[in-house]
Design a protein around this ligand. Structure first.
Ligand code: GRF
Length: 183
């Protein structure tokens, strides 16, 4: 699993009994601590830059190398904050999953919840998909709608969406592991 944030979806996946070989993060974060607490191997593959000097291909190659060392079958992104490029897709293409807090193809990108709220949609949701080379693209495996309520803030709406992701993502991963949902 790849995380950058609080790791609440990681927790849900672990609690659902999905076997997690290793949790990788691109920065120090709560998700990494939660994984270590749960007794899972962790690796910090830290980004050395967050500006134009960042070498995305080199980082993707480094990440792929660490994942290959752990002999993983499936890469599960859960709030991972680095866009991955060709070297990761060369190594794991078609076997990288993502959950996005909007109904793709609407509201791609890092601020999906904020953008949906700003647009004024009455319904948004989450999407579990196979990661394509372009951000928030790739075959959709599961989607579920979530209502936007009149008093919602970005935080309240995101939490309502995450409550669904914590159920839908593990269920989708389980289907894949059981061979019911082919990648
Ligand atoms: C989720 O909403 C996911 O869709 C998005 O980042 C959030 C991760 O939540 N990409 P958490 O860090 O697992 O709580």
């Amino acid at each position: 699993m790849l995380v950058s944030g609080t790791g609440s979806i990681l927790d849900a996946i672990v609690e659902a009994g999905i076997p997690v070989d290793v949790v990788l993060a691109d920065r120090p974060c709560l998700g990494l601590l939660r994984a270590a607490d749960a007794g899972i191997d962790t690796e910090l593959v830290e980004r050395d830059a967050f500006d134009a000097s960042f070498d995305r291909d080199a980082y993707s190659a480094r990440l792929a190398e660490v994942l290959q060392k752990h002999e993983v079958d499936l890469v599960v992104m859960a709030g991972f904050g680095t866009i991955l490029t060709q070297p990761m897709h060369d190594a794991f293409g078609g076997h990288i999953l993502n959950t996005h807090p909007a109904l793709l193809p609407s509201f791609k990108g890092w601020h999906a919840v904020r953008d949906a709220l700003a647009y004024g949609v009455k319904v948004t949701g989450c999407t579990v998909h196979v990661a394509g080379i372009d951000v928030d693209t790739g075959p959709i495996l599961a989607q579920e709608a979530v209502p936007v309520l009149p008093d919602d803030t970005e935080a309240t709406l995101h939490e309502r969406i995450k409550a669904v992701e914590r159920r839908l993502y593990p269920a989708t991963i389980r289907s894949i592991l059981e061979g019911n949902c082919l990648l």
